[in-house]
Design a protein around this ligand. Structure first.
Ligand code: APR
Length: 252
């Protein structure tokens, strides 16, 4: 467990010792928290963006140009959900929410359903969800765990050939930005787990937390692009680091 402190010395001991006492925690997660469950990250070697071009599968223009290629990309990823399970990091965050004398909000960039399957309840999917489809005609968001095919009908308006993945593509506005802003304004601790800090607005949350004088912690396999914004960093696999940090937060 590598602890890197980015603070003046006199602050270090305070924050090293002060791991309990937080009452309002916002946790940002990225694909790294799901890596040990067997889901690919995006920018690691062999990650999804090493195999697919964002311009081909993750933009509104791509969907207009070649809807079946885009649907196939998300149908493949949706099918993977049934083959993976939450790991110790997901369960540790659900335990923190259940046991903390306070509030925990998980803001995830991930579109998998591993946080909810581990028991997290306060959860915002700012980039959408693989297990949902969105109707282009009536706007309904539907629970959808199968492949999306052209002949599938919207269960609300009945039209077919009108369903897209409920995913926020590049160039689209992430979901729940107001709720995320409200949560951050009430927080006393911001933890970032398993994200490279490459994509905004998620990557800007740590700077917003610092501006609000919130204690900031990064847990990642390696220092992210935003490492200098964090008061402290804990580097190693999430499945080991997150349970350790949750135990410290719960005073164990
Ligand atoms: N434990 C902890 N961290 C890990 C692990 C692990 N087992 N495996 C990988 N990581 C870290 C990597 O070091 C990397 O910093 O997780 C991070 C994953 O970074 P990315 O692949 O860029 O994924 P993410 O940050 O979630 O991407 C953000 O970009 O393409 C968009 O919409 C997509 O939501 C995604 C967003």
């Amino acid at each position: 467990m590598t602890l890197i402190m980015n603070m003046a010395d006199e602050d270090k001991m305070n924050n090293c010792d002060r791991v309990t006492g937080f009452r309002n925690i916002v946790v940002l997660t990225g694909s790294g928290i799901s890596a040990e469950s067997g889901l690919a990250t995006f920018r690691d070697s062999g990650g999804l963006w090493a195999k697919y071009r964002i311009e081909d599968v993750a933009t509104p223009e791509a969907f207009t140009r070649d809807p079946s290629l885009v649907q196939d990309f998300y149908n493949m990823r949706r099918e993977e959900l049934g083959k993976v399970a939450p790991n110790k990091a997901h369960y540790a965050l659900a335990e923190l929410e259940a046991e903390l004398d306070g509030k925990v909000m998980v803001v995830t960039q991930n579109v998998d359903d591993l946080h909810e399957r581990a028991g997290s309840k306060n959860l915002l999917h700012m980039h959408g969800e693989l297990a949902k489809a969105r109707c282009l005609s009536c706007g309904s968001v539907l629970s959808w765990r199968e492949s999306i095919n052209p002949h599938d009908r919207c269960t609300d308006c009945g039209l077919h050939d009108c369903l897209r993945p409920h995913i926020v593509w590049f160039g689209e506005i992430p979901l729940y930005l107001n709720e995320i802003d409200e949560a951050l304004n009430e927080a006393d601790l911001f933890i970032s787990i398993g994200t490279s800090g490459s994509v905004y607005p998620a990557a800007g949350l740590v700077a917003a937390a610092r501006a609000l004088d919130i204690h900031t912690v990064e847990i990642n396999m390696e220092p992210s692009d935003g490492q200098h914004f964090f008061h402290e960093g804990h580097y190693g696999p999430a499945g080991e680091m997150v349970p350790n940090f949750v135990n410290a937060l719960l005073g164990r």
